[in-house]
Design a protein around this ligand. Structure first.
Ligand code: FES
Length: 154
């Protein structure tokens, strides 16, 4: 089957098997490996991307279901050498340990702040409940998101 979608502003058209997951398409056919496969059971969120601006676990979507969509992955957040404010906040607050969950955390966190620019700590923790960090580095992840929110326009 043919699928046409845009990833980080670049159009991609390719043949896929009907069972191809969006995360596989992004990694294997588009060649962007920042989106990680953590669990394959839709529990961990390392595969989180934005589909038409919404945060989605890309292992829960077939590539054909995303036909025509506008996808943003972690590689699409920075503006050239300038990190996205959320990436900067994760770096400054050491919001990572092994880094495997980080792309998904950042994609979920940017989406969270779009919906709620000034969340409480509890709202951040609830907002991130679909994203797991096996290093249990949640404290600094939450700190990073709150720091990014402080820098967000009121
Ligand atoms: S790979 Fe674990 S939630 Fe998608």
């Amino acid at each position: 089957m043919k699928v046409s979608l845009t990833v980080n502003g670049v159009p991609h058209t390719d043949d896929v098997e009907p069972r191809t997951l969006l995360v596989q398409f992004i990694r294997d056919q588009v060649g962007l490996t920042g989106t990680n496969i953590g669990c394959d059971t839709s529990s961990g969120g390392a595969c989180t991307v934005h589909i038409d601006g919404e945060s989605v676990k890309s292992c829960t979507v077939l590539a054909v279901q995303a036909d025509g969509a506008d996808i943003t992955t972690i590689e699409g957040l920075a503006n050239g050498d300038q990190l996205h404010p959320m990436q900067q906040a994760f770096m400054e607050n050491h919001g990572l340990q092994c880094g495997y969950c980080t792309p998904g955390m950042i994609m979920a966190a940017t989406s969270l702040l779009e919906e709620n620019p000034h969340p409480t700590e509890r709202e951040v923790r609830i907002g991130l409940e679909g994203n797991l960090c096996r290093c249990t580095g949640y404290h600094n992840i939450v700190k990073a998101i709150l720091a990014a929110a402080e820098g967000a326009p009121a």
